[in-house]
Design a protein around this ligand. Sequence first.
Ligand code: GLC
Length: 727
Amino acid sequence: MTSHTGRPDTDARPWLDASLPVEQRVDHLMAAMTLAEKVAQTHQVANIHPDDDAEQIRAGRISSSLYASGATAGNERDEGVLVGNIDAAQRHAVEGSRLGIPILFGRDVIHGHRTVFPIPLGLAASFDPELLEEAAAIAAREAAVDGVAWTFTPMVDISEEPRWGRVAESLGETPVLSGRLAAALVRGFQGPDPSDRDRLASCAKHFVGYGLAAGGRDYDTVSVGENTLRNLHLRPFKDAVDAGVTTVMASFNDVDGTPMHAHERLIREVLKDEWGFDGVVVADWNGIGQIVFQGVAADRREAAKLAIHAGVDLDMVSASYLDHLEELVESGEVDVALVDDAVRRVLRLKFRLGLFEHPYATREGASNAPTPQTRSVARRAAHASHVLVKNDGVLPLGEDAGRVLLSGPFVDDGDALLGTWVLDGRGEEVATPGDALRERLGHRVTVADGRFPDVTLMQARAADTSVLLLGEHRSRSGEAQSVVDIGLPPGQLELVRAVAAYGKPLVAVVYTGRPLDLSEVLDLADAVVVVWHPGIEAGPALADVLLGDVEPYGRLPMTFPLSTGHIPTSTHQRPTGRLIRADVDRKEGRYIDALTYPRLPFGRGLSYTTVEYGEPKLSDATLVGDDSVALSVTVTNTGDRPCREVVQLYFRDPVAQVTRPLVELSDWAVVELEPGAARDVLFDVRAEQFAYYGRDLAARVDDGAIELLTGPDAASLQSVTLTIQTA
Ligand code: GLC
């Protein structure tokens, strides 16, 4: 509503006065709302249409819409968001409804919009928060051009389950890496002021414990106690909340029998009350309706009652709130204060995003097509995601590599290189490995898609060096893509064996959304590079690394087990009554038919040089109270090429109130070293790094010894002991 002056009529609608504090604006608007209008603000639909939904919108019955191609949007493609549709729907809300409350439009902008970056698990391999923040800011600007105001990321589920397809969306297995990178993504998407038109609301998901789904089967049940949740799974969510994330999404799973969408203890008591989260808790797709399927509500009316008590504020597509909350309040079964709390949070978000000031997205001349600048960031991100896990000297490829065969289904398939959860990226805009190597090697390279393995064999026989592009299609990871076997897809290992039998240099490049069983590939190939699904600059990044124009510097953000049967194998391993240190050090483990050790440990990643680590040294053997001590470790580049080394600091708490991980990542530092250079890498060590939740679920730091360990990965460590004196 605007007055005759064209300015908002703040007399009739005081909430439109942008000079007022947000809370006052919320108060004004709430005071004007009927119960029905309040309930409508808790209702989110999917794929709203300006014509089909016009009546609902003008009746003020839709608060938000997400644009998704289906319940498992990670792998289906839709027609993309149409900013004209979004603004047409918005006009009905702003100019055609009684209160003019704008609609909030959301979309899964998970690792890029038009400029597609590596999948999140690949981005995590960079150990580079600044890079992720830069990438998120690009994604936000591009998505905002299309009318998106809210993205459902970062995903911070902690998992040691490669069978689960959604590890592709995660930021790795450790709370510290996942938490710091999540905070960086929140900063990148939201910026210092989320009302900036080039920024988006972000969403920490899926709250909580989703990565523990039984058997790695997506959507399955979760049996875990609050102590493990607090010491592992809740931590990256707290980092995201501390970074100012404006929304949190509830997860599909139950926790020890209570569906998360009905989990009052974890959502209302921990997330909202204990942590002070004042943003919006959004349901996952039909998550409230699914409480019925989980057998904890007889119908959606009961599900709505459970969810509003639990603290879920916005109902994604189930319509349980829209259909039942008003009557639940009028019957006295739900206190209107619970609805008011949810509505306040939704309105607060809309005011914080500036939606009342700039509800329309269309901007003349705005474009979100990839540019050389955005591609340059995507190329750097792809470089940083490439993890060299074996190199017997065949890389980087020089003149002596002779005639090169580049073969595999990824050579020129742009769409396959984008990865899961890409809704607006375009396969035809991807720079492919085939194009990049043709450009760089000219007549020296034979590029083939590998459709006929017998032809590949002949081509390999004719070549001097073979580069095989292996791994899983992007559609084998993401939501609802769990597998029983983390081996390579059928036929690929057979091809590797046959090509390796020629005894000529063989390089394996592995495209994947999850840790795979690479044991035999690692035995047979002379070099192995894990590249995940690297996004729009897949080809140039691979060429840069294979040809040595860029040093490989990614590090594994998840442990790669020896086999599917060895799952779980990760840094989550805690001591048991029998699995003592010696077993782990001897790599014997607990199976009588196999040895057990991480085939590729967390943090592993080689460069083209050699690096030596000295013993860690402490400035003081005792740490008192809130003081800090300096831990230093000398890192030396003993080879003839430069490197970017991710120096890792872990710790082990040998005696605590509860069992604690055998190694837990505590910090890392990146150092760039020229050949022959050495650097004393310093870590600032404080007692709070060793805090954990004890048997009473209270955070604590104990007096006593802490073992500090430094090295290039979780399995190559040297230790020093620090004594903590808390008082
Ligand atoms: C999906 C996913 C969630 C996504 C949402 C909207 O089912 O679980 O991660 O953000 O629905 O697409």
